[in-house]
Design a protein around this ligand. Structure first.
Ligand code: ADP
Ligand code: CIR
Length: 345
């Protein structure tokens, strides 16, 4: 394998940290599951507009390719390798009264965590058989849920086109054909083994075999962040009772993308910010200061529509779940304050 020249035209973290020396050191290494450097970097090499550009194949990827991945992880999460990951899912520790009780800005709130099953390769190299086994195991557990979390599993395979499109446009279901995931091998055998579980109100959802084995999601209209967090914690605990998830004392929950390590949590609001939308520099400065990320409303790499943005915690590693939500909460408070100021001018 030769040094991937196209990366010289990329601003991704992969391009920044895959120096010739790092490449030489790692080019012949592979994990027990045969995940190679070429596999780690292929999405970033194919998609030069990647922000990160690297994916893992298994837990071992993070140690075998640490010379490269530690740098990416350190910069993305502002995390030091020696730090231990500390989980805190105690809902009493979260201070997040609705930042927009009148409902003028926040459309909806969503918090998700990613989880992968211990000992099974990640989606980038999982076999069709293993993927199907996960679907079976997880959907069976989901069937036993009671009360608010009770619902039904829908396999992507059997879903009607209109049903699928409605779930996607209402922000409940993942899209198909993401080119970053495609290049990483995550879309192999699509749509086999993938699907979505949701309760009747679609406030608790669980994706199976998208980018990670599981994505556990709590969401609802409006800005009651705490209610969303409480429901999510309940769902995480239920799943944890039945499944052993891959967890590392420094890296936290093991995920396919290095940006999701640690808590694997992304807490977001969809929020209407027309004035900040017209003042991108101020918008970006606040986001940077409060460690929040701005996305469009149809998921990552999408555009804003009707001045609605997706604001979420950027860091997920080296801080607890409560702190992730707290980061988002503080960012949202600051953004609403600035939006109101701009309205008056
Ligand atoms: P992830 O699943 O990693 O959090 P995406 O950015 O791909 O990342 O989002 C997945 C889906 O969730 C998209 O359809 C997106 O619009 C939706 N979504 C994210 N945040 C919210 C929110 N606060 N309210 C409603 N939908 C949301
Ligand atoms: C990128 O590098 O831009 C893509 N590979 C996405 C990175 C982070 N998002 C993700 O894991 N979904």
């Amino acid at each position: 394998m030769k040094f991937p020249k196209p990366l010289e035209n990329s601003n991704s973290l992969l391009a920044k940290y895959l120096t010739k020396a790092v490449f030489e050191q790692l080019k012949d290494k592979k994990t027990t599951n045969n995940f190679t450097l070429k596999d780690v970097i292929k999405s970033g090499v194919k998609n030069l507009d990647s922000g990160i550009g690297a994916y893992a194949g298994d837990e071992e990827t993070y140690t075998i390719f640490a010379t490269l991945l530690d740098k990416i992880i350190e910069e993305y999460h502002d995390f030091k390798k020696e730090d231990l990951q500390q989980s805190n899912l105690n809902t009493d520790d979260l201070f997040a009264p609705n930042p927009d009780a009148e409902g003028n800005y926040i459309i909806s709130t969503r918090i998700r965590v990613a989880r992968n099953i211990k000992g099974i390769p990640l989606g980038t190299i999982i076999s069709k058989k293993q993927r199907n086994e996960i679907e079976k195991q997880v959907s069976t557990i989901l069937k036993s849920l009671k009360g608010e979390l009770a619902g039904k599993y829908y396999a992507l395979n059997n879903m009607r086109k209109e049903e699928k499109e409605a779930l996607i446009s209402n922000h409940f279901l993942f899209q198909s054909g993401d080119r970053f995931l495609e290049a990483a091998g995550l879309n192999r055998d699509w749509p086999n083994g993938r699907g979505i579980f949701h309760n009747n109100d679609k406030t608790f959802l669980l994706w199976i075999n998208e980018e990670d084995h599981l994505r556990i999601i709590s969401m609802q209209q409006g800005g009651d962040i705490k209610e969303v967090f409480v429901r999510l914690v309940k769902a995480i605990e239920k799943m944890q009772q039945k499944i052993d998830f891959a967890y590392h004392k420094h890296l936290g929950y093991i995920t396919t993308c290095p940006t999701n390590l640690g808590t694997a949590m992304r807490a977001s609001v969809h929020i209407k910010l027309p004035n900040l939308g017209k003042n991108k520099e101020i918008f970006q400065d606040i986001a940077k200061k409060y460690n929040v990320q701005i996305r469009g409303i149809d998921g990552e790499h999408s555009k804003s529509k009707g001045s609605i943005y997706d604001i979420s915690n950027k860091r997920r590693l080296g801080i607890s779940e409560v702190q992730c939500v707290q980061d988002m909460y503080r960012g949202v408070i600051a953004l609403i304050k600035k939006e109101k100021e701009l309205e008056r001018n």
